[in-house]
Design a protein around this ligand. Structure first.
Ligand code: GLN
Length: 314
């Protein structure tokens, strides 16, 4: 008999209550909307193969998705370019921060789609001839992953565009290398709007589940991307999704995931479930402190570690 618990009856409220005692970390202050986030906020959700979504209090409170959008941008870029995205973006982990001003030295390509350079490029190669068309394409695609229509927080999008100096720098560097083919400002505009899409923990769990179930949304039944695209994306989440903390994450939690500065974490446990935690205080790798702790507990107690769970390993 399995010593693991059943996700259908798992007590998420108890997990959330325990996480609320978990202090530490700093709220990101890159834009005013993130800086004013409530540090005590904590929401947890999971989406199961039959489309059931289970969640805690606050799991319907909207946050900007920030970098948790990157796996889905990569999926849309792979789909729209028929896999050519893999020639224009690397897939190796960087061991550096998400916004490091660094490209592959021999090719000038961004190192992977989970860091900002890569996400700026993926957002620039989805279908669409201009900013408005690519923005609309991304919103439609993300909504299909979510199983409901999503919207952009216009204030967040504006501030990300205005205040994202490192993203402008990365876009200009990629222009200089010839790897970015739209204007630097257009690339930042589309990426900023993608980061400003509003999600809650329930929505993000369904999005993660869609990747976990080979690109098929368990809520709507829609095949959003082909299984091979989902597999490529989940592979890169496993190796690069938590930036320079990816190795540590993979060992302790063992579930492909993507972190973000809003404190959101999306997890795709292959063929098992999608899950999301949102809690704003971040550790030194830009990962939600409570999000990491809650993800570890879910992985241990539900047996989600892709290489076999190891309860008690911190
Ligand atoms: N929008 C943020 C940025 O580009 C996203 C970064 C993140 O969530 N790690 O700086």
């Amino acid at each position: 008999m399995s010593r693991h618990r059943d996700p259908r009856s798992y007590d998420l409220d108890r997990l959330r209550a325990e996480m609320l005692d978990h202090d530490g970390g700093e709220v990101n202050d890159s834009i005013p909307q993130l800086a004013s986030a409530d540090p005590t906020f904590c929401a947890i959700a999971m989406a199961l193969p039959d489309g059931t979504v289970r969640s805690t209090a606050q799991a319907d409170v909207a946050f900007s998705v920030q970098s948790a959008v990157k796996p889905f941008l990569f999926a849309l870029a792979l789909l729209d370019t028929d896999g050519q995205a893999l020639e224009r973006i690397g897939i190796e982990p960087t061991g550096e921060a998400f916004d490091a001003i660094k490209l592959e030295s021999d090719t000038g390509r961004p190192p992977n789609p989970m860091v900002n350079a890569g996400a700026l490029l993926t957002a620039s190669i989805v279908d669409g001839d201009d900013v408005a068309a690519r923005d609309a394409r991304i919103l439609t695609g993300l909504s299909a992953f979510a199983g409901r229509p999503l919207e952009v927080d216009e204030e967040v999008a504006r501030d990300e565009h205005l205040l994202g100096d490192r993203n402008h720098a990365l876009a200009h560097l990629m222009r200089a290398e010839g790897t970015l083919r739209v204007s630097a400002d257009d690339a930042v505009a589309v990426y900023a709007r993608a980061c400003a899409v509003l999600v809650d923990a329930e929505v993000l769990a369904v999005m993660g589940a869609t990747l976990a179930f080979g690109g098929r949304n368990p809520l709507t039944g829609e095949q959003v991307v082909p299984p091979e695209v989902a597999r490529d994306v989940v592979s890169v989440m496993a190796t690069c999704g938590v930036y320079d903390g990816s190795g540590r994450w993979m060992r302790s939690v063992g579930v492909p995931a993507k972190s973000s500065v809003s404190g959101a974490i999306v997890m795709s446990a292959p063929q098992r479930l999608g899950a999301a935690v949102i809690s704003p205080p971040l550790d030194e790798y830009g990962t939600s402190v409570r999000g990491h702790a809650a993800s570890k507990r879910l992985s241990d107690e539900l047996g989600l570690h892709v290489f076999g769970s190891a309860p008690g390993v911190d």
